[in-house]
Write a protein that binds this ligand. Structure first.
Ligand code: ADP
Length: 984
């Protein structure tokens, strides 16, 4: 539809008229009217211008054509032609037409048609222009509306919108969100760089510049920008940002549009969410950690089907056992059922876990149901299918939904071991109670504030308290033996000092007032203190330790007595010392009587406990036992029967019957013996004396136990006497042996020298008769004989040396000696002997080792070592070494022979000590003994090293200077051994 066709013509009259005039009839009417008007006007003007009959008709035709278009135009032309012909052309008032008028009429008509044509074209053009104008107006109006709507849209957009113009980014539009972002600053029309300076350092302007210059839009997600706010603060926004270049009509960039969505809230929310998630995760982990680490079982039960709670309890119990199962649990829970991990337990039916019929299990579940589906710290005894009855502490909460039990949460603690321990403790306490009751232990408990106390009968007895007396510290104190009182008080004071911890431990003697028996008691107690550090309670035990004390004392005494007995071989003296030891521990008096064979009794010792009795002791010492006259005396009886005698309680009158004199009687009366023991001293089945003990002032009464002990003492005394005798005999035997050895070696030595001379003479004699047929065999005999004589001399010399050493008569005569030369001499002498046995002597000697020694003795030492090396060297090489070090000469003699077993290495230096059997190697075992003695006398030392079967090394260290040699023995007689050695 073409809208402009309906539009009214331009310059229109008021609406109704215009519409009328514009309608088709209106246009024709107006044509008629205008022709009529032209007729009137032509008529009026005709007299003045009779040559222009068409003038006003032209105007009418023009108007009609202009106004009404072709139709009205043509109508007006026709009408005008008719009227002009009728009124103005001749003949007037006729329609007949002359030729001239015809031409005028035709001209008129043609001109009018032309004019109408022009007018309609003009009208068309003007109408089209009007339409165009209208259209433009409408378009503009629409554009303006659009712009306004767009503006409004931008302004109300839920996004941040800002438009910038030009390279300076002049802000041309900023919607409220944008303005708020910019801190409500009035920035319109201002360049961005100046108006929002804080953006430049954040790189925003660079971004804008890039978008502006390159024309490429920028999109940024969750970019963060800070803006100054009206109050001067800075606020950071997280924006989803779009920077879009704006182009003008020519496509040139003339600005940048900035769109942004404020993501701050959502980012914050997301951060919060993430934090929440993290926290949630952490707490979940913590929870899981807690659950898995927990030593308590934590579990969730579920049921395969919801269990109605409106049924009888037993039915519910059955249903729970039937349908309940472990939906979730921790490892600790699984372990309580003997399973490795939670996984092994989850899914297990309760009925499979717990023995269904067990009344304990039934009871536990009933308690849960009856407790409103709750159990709190409830102990349950459960029989589990792994066969271990367990005791658990349970906490369980059921979840009830719509009258049905659907699940339950719970914790469980296995207290089986604890209960067992408690049970054991109860038993052991019971046992302890029985033990305390049956042992000689008394228990006591004192309230120091109220004076209330507990004290059993045994405790009273041990403290020495009568039944009537209340247990108080004073009462206990009054029962302490006076000598122990100070110690008792000290310990008590210490126990009542809080820093001591309240410990009270003491052993003391009681007076034994109640049953008359003095005892050793061991008291263990503990004081308890209040906040003011005051002792308020004192409790403990008391134990009779008299027996232990007695045993300890006996052991101690026996040890002491043994020490005294072994200290000397003078037995009379030691017996007196032991007698002194027995008082006052064992007796108030002790006497020792000895009867050597064939001699009368001799009183060798009297000991008394009290120094004041010294005078009586002297008198007692003078009394001698007389077996013939007073054989009935208990001591004599003990001697004669070789049996101990015990008189627990002496009847003085009867005892006096044994008195040997008035003086004796007086003494007995004065001393008033109470109890008596006599034990014989027996050696090799024969009594040689008697020990007598009696008590007086101490009030002591001897018992069978004392008798046993004193018998033991007598036995030890007898042994010591026997030992002393044996020792003396041994000493005597040794002395006799040494004497014999000394004499024998002298005697043996005497014929050896002439024998040796005789052999030398014989040798010379044989040499003088070279032709004698016997010469060869005689010479052989002489060689063997000489060797044997030499050996015999050496043996005898050794024996002589030993007797000399034993008698302290070894004498050294130091002189300057060149040791290496001496060794060479000895080696040269032994070369043939070594060669005979297949050995070779290898010398490794440091030259010229000078020292100050007894030359002959040193030679004897070297000889002994080399001789042994050849003898035990198994025909292997022998090495002799010498060097000096640290002012000492070091001599080594090493062989590769049979060696010495480790256990003999130190003993071979002893007298007569050997490490080989006599069958294989002859010898006296004296060589090394003499060697060591000589070396040590020279201030040196010797030791042997050996591996059995691989040889032995003897190492000798000798001081080079005489000052370092040890004291030398003096010898009166000249050394015969020396001469023997020299001889050979
Ligand atoms: P004897 O050689 O007369 O037995 P000694 O006193 O010289 O006496 O030696 C004591 C013992 O030491 C010897 O019996 C022997 O067992 C052992 N003995 C000494 N020297 C050696 C050695 N070189 N190799 C092995 N054993 C040795």
């Amino acid at each position: 539809m073409r809208r402009h066709e309906h539009l009214p013509p331009p310059h229109s009259k008021p609406m109704s008229l215009r519409r009328l005039a514009a309608s088709a009839p209106g246009r024709y009417a107006i044509a008629v009217l205008s022709v009529g008007l032209a007729l009137l006007l032509q008529k009026a003007a005709w007299p003045f211008m009779p040559t222009s009959p068409f003038l006003f008709f032209f105007l009418a035709v023009m108007f009609s054509g202009w106004w009404g278009g072709w139709g009205p135009g043509l109508l007006s032309i026709g009408l005008a032609a008719l009227l002009a012909d009728h009124f103005f052309l001749s003949p007037a008032n006729s329609l007949s037409v002359t030729a001239g008028d015809g031409v005028a009429l035709s001209l008129f008509t043609v001109l009018s048609l032309l004019m109408t044509r022009l007018n309609t074209a003009l009208r068309q053009t003007s109408m089209e222009r009007a339409v165009l104008l209208e259209r433009e107006r409408l378009a503009r109006a629409r554009a303006e509306t659009e712009q306004a709507r767009f503006h409004a849209l931008l302004m109300q957009a839920p996004a941040i919108v800002a438009l910038f113009q030009g390279a300076d980014h002049v802000l041309t539009l900023s919607n409220p969100l944008s303005t708020a972002l910019l801190g409500q600053r009035a920035l319109l029309g201002k360049p961005l760089r100046e108006s929002v300076p804080e953006l430049a350092p954040q790189g925003f302007l660079a971004l804008m510049d890039r978008v502006y210059s390159a024309g490429a839009p920028y999109t940024g997600q969750e970019t963060s920008w800070s803006f100054l706010q009206a109050d001067g603060s800075t606020k950071t926004y997280v924006l989803d940002l779009v920077l879009q270049p704006i182009r003008d009509v020519h496509g040139r960039i003339d600005g940048v549009a900035c769109f942004a969505f404020d993501r701050s809230e959502s980012v914050l929310a997301r951060q919060r969410m993430e934090e929440l998630n993290t926290a949630l995760k952490r707490s979940k982990e913590q929870y899981q950690g807690f659950v898995s680490q927990s030593t308590e079982g934590i579990f969730r039960l579920e049921t395969h089907q919801p269990l109605p709670i409106a049924q009888p309890v037993q039915a519910q119990v059955d249903a729970i056992l039937e349908h309940g199962y472990i939906a979730e649990c921790n490892d600790a829970m699984a372990r309580m059922y003997g399973l490795e991990s939670a996984a092994a337990l989850t899914g297990t039916r309760l009925g499979k876990l717990l023995v269904r019929e067990d009344p304990h299990n039934q009871e536990s579940i009933k308690a849960f149901i009856r407790g409103g589906y709750r159990l709190e710290e409830a102990e349950s005894h459960e029989a589990t299918h792994d066969g271990r009855p367990r005791v658990f502490i349970n906490n369980l909460v059921g979840v009830i939904e719509k009258e049905h039990l659907v699940s339950a949460w719970g914790t469980q603690r296995d207290v089986t071991e604890q209960r067992r321990a408690e049970e054991a403790l109860r038993h052991s306490e019971e046992r302890l109670r029985i033990a305390v009751n049956s042992a000689a232990i008394g228990t006591w408990d004192l309230n120091l504030v109220t004076g209330a106390y507990q004290c059993d009968e045994r405790c009273r007895q041990l403290f020495g308290l009568s039944t009537a007396v209340s247990l108080r510290i004073d009462a206990i104190r009054s029962g302490v033996y006076p000598e122990d009182l100070e110690r008792f008080e000290r310990e008590l004071a210490r126990a009542f000092t809080p820093s001591s911890g309240g410990d009270f431990r003491i052993e003391y003697r009681t007076l034994g007032t109640e049953d008359g028996v003095a005892r050793w008691v061991s008291v263990h107690g503990r004081a308890f203190f209040n906040e003011q550090a005051r002792a308020v309670r004192f409790t403990g035990t008391v134990l009779d330790v008299s027996e232990r004390r007695r045993t300890e004392a006996s052991t101690r005494f026996l040890a002491e007595a043994s020490a005294v007995l072994s200290s000397s071989l003078d037995y009379e003296n030691t017996l007196s010392n032991v007698a002194r030891l027995t008082v006052p521990e064992l007796a108030d008096w002790c006497t020792v009587d000895l009867k050597p064979p064939g001699e009368p009794f001799r009183r060798v010792a009297v000991a008394t406990a009290v120094p004041e009795d010294a005078e009586f002791a002297r008198q007692v010492k003078n009394i001698h036992l007389d077996l013939e006259k007073y054989s009935a005396h208990p001591s004599a009886q003990a001697f004669l029967r070789q049996q101990p005698v015990l008189i627990e309680q002496i009847h003085l009158e009867r005892f006096l019957e044994n008195a040997r004199s008035d003086e004796h009687t007086r003494l007995i009366r004065t001393l008033q013996p109470l109890s008596f023991i006599a034990v014989p001293l027996v050696e090799r089945g024969r009594a040689f004396g008697v020990l007598s003990f009696f008590s007086t002032r101490s009030g002591r009464r001897y018992t069978a136990r004392d008798l046993t002990f004193l018998e033991e003492l007598a036995h030890r005394m007898a042994l010591s006497v026997e030992n002393a005798r044996l020792y003396r005999e041994a000493q005597e035997a040794i002395r006799l042996r040494d004497e014999f050895l000394s004499i024998a070696s002298h005697e043996l030595k005497t014929p050896l020298t002439p024998l040796s001379l005789k052999l030398q003479m014989l040798s010379r004699e044989v040499k003088r008769q070279p032709d004698s047929p016997l010469r060869r065999s005689v010479e052989d005999y002489i060689v063997i004989g000489t060797r044997q004589v030499k050996k015999l001399s050496e043996l005898v010399s050794d024996l002589l040396d030993v007797t000399r050493i034993a008698g302290g008569r070894l004498r050294l005569e130091p002189e300057p000696v060149t040791l290496d030369l001496l060794i060479r001499e000895v080696a040269a002498r032994y070369e043939p002997e070594a060669a005979r046995l297949g050995s070779r002597l290898q010398l490794e000697l440091q030259g010229s080792v000078e020292g100050h020694w007894d030359r002959l003795r040193l030679e004897q030492v070297i000889t002994n070592l080399v001789d042994n090396a050849i003898k035990y060297g198994a025909g292997k090489p022998i090495h002799v070494g010498l060097h000096t070090r640290e002012n000492q000469a070091w001599l080594h003699v090493r062989d590769e022979g049979i060696g010495i077993a480790p256990q003999y290495l130190s003993s071979i230096f002893g007298r007569f000590e050997r490490a080989v059997s006599e069958r294989h190697y002859g010898g006296l075992g004296l060589g090394l003994y003499i060697t060591r003695t000589i070396v040590e006398a020279m201030g040196g030392s010797i030791h042997a090293e050996s591996v059995l079967g691989e040889g032995a090394t003897f190492t000798l260290a000798l001081p080079l200077t005489p000052g370092e040699s040890a004291a030398q023995d003096s010898s009166e007689e000249p050394s015969e051994a020396d001469s023997a050695t020299r001889d050979t």
